[in-house]
Design a protein around this ligand. Sequence first.
Ligand code: GLN
Length: 506
Amino acid sequence: MNAGGTATTAAWLADELAAGRVTSVDVTQRHLDRIADVDDRVHAFLHVDAEGALEAAAASDERRAAGEPLSVLDGVPIAVKDVLTTKGMPTTCGSKILEGWVPPYDATVVRRLREAGLPILGKTNMDEFAMGSSTEHSAYGPTRNPWDLDRIPGGSGGGSAAAVAAYEAPFAIGTDTGGSIRQPGAVTGTVGVKPTYGGVSRYGLVALANSLDQAGPVTRTVLDAALLHEVIGGHDPLDSTSIDQPLPALVDAVRRGESGDLTGVRIGVVTELGGEGYQAGVLRRFQESVDLMVKAGAEVVEVSCPHFVHALATYYLILPAEASSNLARFDAMRYGLRVVPDGSPSAEEVMRATRDAGFGDEVKRRIILGTYALSSGYYDAYYGQAQKVRTLITRDFEAAFEQADVLVSPTAPTTAFRIGEKVDDPLAMYLNDLATIPANLSGVPGISVPNGLADEDGLPSGVQVLAPAMADDRVYRVGAALETLLTREWGGPLLDRATGLEGGAA
Ligand code: GLN
């Protein structure tokens, strides 16, 4: 793909900056130019902050020139999903109800990016309040997949994944409540990491479901993800669920994996995450990845997690329950939109009119589902029951991790589908997260690594690697090894083969 000089990894840019061969202002401007060239077609961004990004870039260049202390990624620009609050920059969560809202504070993740000197290019498109698997539920129109502009880039974080796949940003921040970092990674040929729950602060992450949400890296390489994860991760006293323990050494883990050697690593293939419902080409690529790992010395065991078949149903009770209570704060009084009906309406009437106009159909559907699941007569039958199944899923993980160091599966059951294909069929949409949801229910970390193109359609698929909580280093080690093994097979990065943006104005 001709990317106007932006087809470089964040790690490479960091080295170039350190060697004084480029400036952050140059690098940032090049990405802003790329955005200007292609984003009218991709629509990865909801807001581009050229001025703020260039200012941060100039400040980084000045610190470097003055010999001041710099972070590893100082001066490397980044994009941020529009669900994280950014002081002085709009934050809409892809919803009309927050149109024009400018938060008075930064999310901890955003503050850490700024403190580490990363210029923020802008905010990326997403399904409204992170509900969806295609970014078609954004109130501001869909994002398109750089592999084929008629197809979805995954969701809810399709904007971040498409920005990275289209070389509009070297990397980005996403959030993953049921798969929204990993599934967009799989269908755009990029790398996505959902950290251990509590490993990255949720302060300033507009909550979809507090017990499931986790912010993480969206990148083109496993090394870039580790570098970024080390910047954003670690304990935050502002988030009561943040784990007060040091992060494992993630970049070191990538270095260990980069040789491609997997001798002594026990890989568990999860029986329940494959087979029926998965596209044949996706399963073939997955099997090839497993074969490659075996050749590289891994020991492969088949593990069964019998309760995973209930994960989707469990998730779609717990998530709407938490979401319905979180979204109650959008009441026309505190933030964003306020619709005032004619006459002298009561506060309730203003709230009703605002929520009716401000929320999209999927959001309303989940509020209704969640309110029902939590209602007094049904709490035990639905929400209470779902929490019990959640415990059983966690026990399945514990048993599986006694037999294997990591678990693997296809990340998403299919490659990118066409825009419009599933948008009116909620169940078909929910099924995209079949393989990613168990990790959110149990809080364990996972990575999606691109593992080739499905034969049927020539579109990318991903392999998911899961590890026990706080063993994020394992997903990086195995992810890096897989990336090395696969890149050797391909003779170069997979994204070089994306042609969706060729022939246009770029
Ligand atoms: N697609 C899933 C959902 O709609 C996951 C969303 C997410 O991870 N934010 O809930």
